[in-house]
Each structure stands twice: as structure tokens, then as C-alpha cells.
Ligand binder design. Structure first.
Ligand code: UDP
Length: 478
């Protein structure tokens, strides 16, 4: 039999792609350190994964079969959230998330109780996404187990949320529309303008449920024993400033690993189209990859401006047109009539792809992105400059990091949301077609790529932090 387990991590994943990907990778990382893992997806996520990865033959996925075959002690479970499978948890996010934060605790409580009983000789602890709080702290308290919060976004967003009382005191939470103030009083945060704050910091912001629940969530996070972050220490001094309150560890970029072949795990909620052959027919750096992630949606008019902007730029592109990309809910008439005929071999439209594989392809020279944090980090890992088009959540804050701080991207629209096809074409050309902007971005993107990769090297910051986290965790649960 294998070695003795260091402890039993009970992990419950937030049911959205941008949280699922890093969370699975955290599970693998912990398992590779000798922890037993019970990893739970919500039932509807499990059904979506099964459909995406085994459509047709009726087989259900077990995410971790290969990981187990390679010796990791990792089990897969599902929990029902009490909603019908067909309930749209994206379109009805406000209603869904409100109920999840309030009522999901009792279902998880039962699951945690049973999981602990199933392994009476291994010390259990709880690992959940930080956005699930406050209930993880309550459950950990009930079973008297350690709880670890996983923050999947940049430390900057974490710190602003952590210091909500301070922002409230200064009149910046809730944040008012059309006010542009400089915030330079948050520990570790050099400076951020109020226009770059997360969309849910506004009273009438989006999504409203996050504006309402954020204070409670962060009160809960403050009760966690450890917080791990999908970023690198090199992001800023923020985490060292936070360490005087609680132990924080930057262990990113979590979606990449030196040893684990995480790509063999079925993570995508939609079937992936293979873009490799098409990419191989294109010259290095000539393709713009366009995707707005798994969650946010936009208007038909904006899609149209981007479509014609792409055509006008004459640049090669792959565009992910995901189911649900339109805020009208229309799934049939997303692109302008005739657009797909017009692009000929210049463009490839796919419903979903393996983004990391696409970004890693040498043919890709730019990423028009909504700046979800995973997409941002994946682009940084691959050294691909970005054109930022944030839509909601913390994406505008991520754009500030990318454009103003790290200088590895440009804004699609300078301020406000209006998108014009001529400007789209101009911005695309400035990133993709040589020129001084393109050169400068590429130089900076190369530097950032090195920082990201070095962080996971033997003596890299994230490697050291993860080892330290494991050591501290072991000491705490001993
Ligand atoms: N992604 C993918 N294929 C696609 C589009 C996105 O695999 O066609 C992945 C991407 O690699 C990333 C995640 O989906 O890991 C999206 O997360 P992100 O934080 O960027 O955005 P969100 O979906 O949360 O808005």
C-alpha cells in the first residue's frame, strides 16, 4: 500500500469554469504532496462535464482516474445544490448565489460529516473557494477542523475586499459612479483609481448579489486558518502586508505545473474544438486569439463591432463564441449575417477550445480578452500581449494590472464601454502588426513570462510558498 496520508482535504468547488480550473489544479498539487483528497463538484457540473467529454456513449466522467493511476490518493464526489439540473445558474446568478450562500451550508455540512466518517483515521480539513465564505468557517468550527480559503484572483482584488471597512470609512465603498479618486491608503496597495474598482463595489453594480454579500464573505474569510492565492509574490507587496493578520501564500500560477500533466483532467464544461491544425497553417505571432471566458455576456451590437473590427484589421484570428455569449439569450444569430463566409481562412470560430493549448501555440501573437484572472495569467505564462475588454466583476481591476502596472496590454476602449469597429481594427493592428507599441508589449510580456515560470522553479517564490504552506498546514493539523 501507499505511504501514510498527511491529512484528508475535503474540497468543494465553485461551479463556474473560472473557479473549477484552478481548484482542480490545487487538488492535484495537494495530492502530489501526499494528502488524501475528496473533491466534490456540484451534480450539475458533473453532468455538464460528462456531456462535454463523453457525449454519445453515456459514460460519466470520473475526473481523477488518471491521477489515481499515477499514485495520487484522490477521490471524486458530487453534491446536489437543490436546484433542477436545467436551472440556468449563470443567467440567474443573483438568485442562485444568494441561495447558495445562505442555504448550501446544510447540504455541505451533511457531506462533510459523512466524508469525515468515511476516513476516521486521517485528519480531515476543509479547502474551499474563498467566495463560498462565510459557511466554510462555520462548518469547520462545527467539526473542529482546519479551513483553508483559496482565492482565485489577484491579491489586489483580495486586499481591496479585505479592507472593505477602510474603504467604507473613506467613502469608497460603495463606490459612486463618475467619481475618480485615488486610493492610496490600503496596506500594500500603492495606488488604485476608483474607476478601476470591481463592478460589484458599486451600489447599483453588477452582480448586485456580490455587492450585498461581500462584507459577510470577507468576515468569513478572516476566520479561515490559511489563505492560498493564485498569484505570485511578484504581483506586489500586498500579501506581505496582509500576513500580519493571517497567513497568506501566493502559490500561482496554479493552472501550470512542472510535474503534473493537468491537461489530461476533464475540466471544460463544453466540448473543446481542436485548433492545432488550423494554427499550424499560420505563421508565428500572426493569430489573434479572442475570448471572453465562460461567464460574462455582451450585446449583439458589440459582437458586431468586434466582428467587423477583426475583418478590417485583416489579422488572422480564432474567436471563441461560447453558448450564452449574448445577453439577449439568443443562441442562433450571434455573428452578423454572412460574417463566417467573409472571413474565409483568416478566421476560425469555435464554441470552446483548450485555451492553454491555443495560447501556447507559437502562431498566437495576441489575446483580445475580457481579462478574467485565469485568462490573464494564462496569457502571461505564454508571453502573449493582451487587448483588454473587461465586462464585469474584477475584470476592470485586472486590466489596470495588465495595462498600467505591467504594461503587457492595451485597452480596447479607453474609457467607458463603447466599442467602434475602426478603433477595434486600429488597436488590433497596433498589437499584431509590428510597430513600436507591439515591440514594447512583447518585450514586457517576455519579462513577465519569465517571472511566472521562475515562480514555479525549484527555488521560485511560489514553489517555496507552497512548500511552506504544506509545512504550516501539517503542523496545524498534527
Ligand atoms: N477557457 C477554455 N476555453 C475557452 C475559453 C476559456 O479552456 O474556449 C478557460 C480558460 O483557459 C480559463 C477559464 O476558461 O482557465 C476562464 O476563466 P477566466 O478567469 O479567464 O474567466 P471567467 O470564465 O471566469 O470569466
Amino acid at each position: 500500500m501507499g505511504k501514510q496520508s498527511k491529512g484528508h482535504a475535503i474540497m468543494i468547488s465553485v461551479p463556474y469554469q473560472g473557479h473549477i480550473n484552478p481548484f482542480i489544479n490545487l487538488a492535484l498539487k495537494l495530492a502530489s504532496k501526499g494528502f488524501t483528497i475528496t473533491f466534490a463538484h456540484l451534480e450539475f457540473v458533473h453532468q455538464k462535464l460528462s456531456k462535454a467529454h463523453h457525449s454519445g456513449n453515456g459514460t460519466e466522467v470520473d475526473l481523477f482516474t488518471e491521477a489515481r493511476e499515477s499514485g495520487l490518493d484522490i477521490r471524486y464526489a458530487t453534491i446536489n445544490d437543490g436546484f433542477p439540473l436545467e436551472f440556468d445558474r449563470v443567467l440567474n446568478f443573483d438568485e442562485y448565489w444568494g441561495i447558495i450562500l445562505r442555504d448550501f451550508a446544510s447540504l455541505v455540512d451533511e457531506f462533510v460529516g459523512k466524508t469525515i466518517q468515511s476516513e476516521p483515521f486521517i485528519v480531515p480539513f476543509l479547502v474551499t473557494d474563498a467566495v463560498f465564505y462565510p459557511w466554510p468557517a462555520t462548518i469547520a468550527d462545527k467539526y473542529d477542523i482546519v479551513n483553508v480559503a483559496f482565492w482565485t484572483q489577484p491579491a489586489l482584488v483580495f486586499s481591496l475586499s479585505y479592507h472593505l471597512d477602510l474603504l467604507r470609512e473613506k467613502g469608497h465603498f460603495p463606490c459612486k459612479d463618475n467619481v475618480e479618486d485615488e486610493i492610496n491608503y490600503v496596506p500594500g496597495v500603492e495606488s488604485i483609481n476608483t474607476r478601476d474598482l470591481m463592478s460589484y463595489f458599486k451600489e447599483d453594480g453588477f452582480p448586485i448579489i456580490l455587492y450585498k454579500t461581500l462584507p459577510l464573505t470577507f468576515e468569513g474569510v478572516k476566520k479561515s486558518d490559511f489563505i492560498v492565492h493564485n498569484t505570485v509574490d511578484e504581483e506586489s507587496d500586498i500579501l506581505s502586508a496582509l500576513n500580519k493578520y493571517q497567513p497568506n501564500y501566493a502559490i500561482g500560477p496554479i493552472n501550470f505545473s512542472k510535474n503534473l500533466t493537468t491537461n489530461s483532467i476533464s475540466k471544460s464544461l463544453w466540448s473543446e474544438s481542436d485548433c492545432t491544425q488550423w494554427l499550424e497553417s499560420k505563421s508565428p505571432g500572426s493569430v489573434l486569439y479572442v475570448s471572453f471566458g465562460s461567464f460574462v455576456h455582451t450585446s449583439k451590437q458589440i459582437i458586431e463591432e468586434i466582428a467587423y473590427g477583426l475583418l478590417l484589421s485583416e489579422v488572422n484570428f480564432i474567436w471563441v463564441i461560447r453558448e450564452g455569449i449574448l445577453n439577449s439569450g439568443d443562441t442562433n444569430h450571434v455573428l452578423p449575417v454572412g460574417f463566417e463566409d467573409e472571413i474565409k481562412d483568416k478566421g476560425l470560430i469555435v464554441p470552446w477550445c483548450d485555451q492553454i493549448t491555443v495560447l501556447s501555440n507559437p502562431a498566437v501573437g495576441g489575446f483580445l480578452t475580457h481579462n478574467g484572472w485565469n485568462s490573464t495569467v494564462e496569457s502571461m505564462w505564454c508571453g502573449v500581449p493582451m487587448i483588454s475588454y473587461p465586462i464585469a466583476f474584477e475584470q476592470v481591476t485586472n486590466m489596470k494590472l495588465v495595462v498600467d502596472d505591467w504594461k503587457i496590454g492595451i485597452r480596447l476602449c479607453d474609457h467607458g464601454m463603447s466599442v467602434d469597429r475602426k478603433i477595434v481594427a486600429e488597436k488590433i493592428k497596433s498589437v499584431m502588426c509590428g510597430g513600436s507599441i507591439s515591440k514594447r508589449l512583447r518585450q514586457e510580456a517576455d519579462k513577465v513570462k519569465t517571472v511566472m515560470r521562475d515562480a514555479l522553479e525549484t527555488d521560485g517564490s511560489s514553489k517555496r510558498n507552497f512548500d511552506q504552506f504544506v509545512e504550516d498546514l501539517e503542523a496545524k493539523i498534527a
